[in-house]
Write a protein that binds this ligand. Sequence first.
Ligand SMILES: [Zn+2]
Length: 192
Amino acid sequence: MPELTIAPRGEPIGYTLGGHDNDTYLLVKSEVCEGCGLISPEKRRDAISSDVRVKKRRMDVSATYDGFTIVSTKFKGWVESHYPDGVAFQPLLSDPTFYVLSVSREIAFDSARRKTRFLNFCPVCKQYEEVIGATPGYVKATPEPFSGLYRTDIAFGSGNSKHYLVIIDPKCYLECKQEHFAGAVFHPVYKS
Ligand SMILES: [Zn+2]
């Protein structure tokens, strides 16, 4: 939840794009780090179950309990025809009309400005157990040009549910809103 003590300054530079929860877990028990018992960040994608189906099926954008953003064929088609740069869609093996969204272009999150807290660093796999404090979002700078989908350089959340925030530029936000994608949730992002 936003903390009122961290007042936003000026107009948003963009918006986070996320989804309502879909009552689903994607990760299976897999090889974990011997230091912390969590799945290493680089092995997370390989730990996606091959037999999961999305439980709440009417949303175009939704979120699993373990931090993945799931999108529909409609959302995938729209992004591919409007903002394809740096975006990939991995179909669920047992539910191939739903896709795991991944975004590769990074924006540096300003964790000092946001007073984000990093708890319990694991020296073996180099991740924190918990990273708390994502909204309202602050970024250090915006890319030039700034168009389409990006992600933060920091993953937020706890344990194996940590995930990057997807950030979209204001024009993409307005167009996205016009599409009325079911389940999509937006929050303003500011420049520090
Ligand atoms: Zn570890």
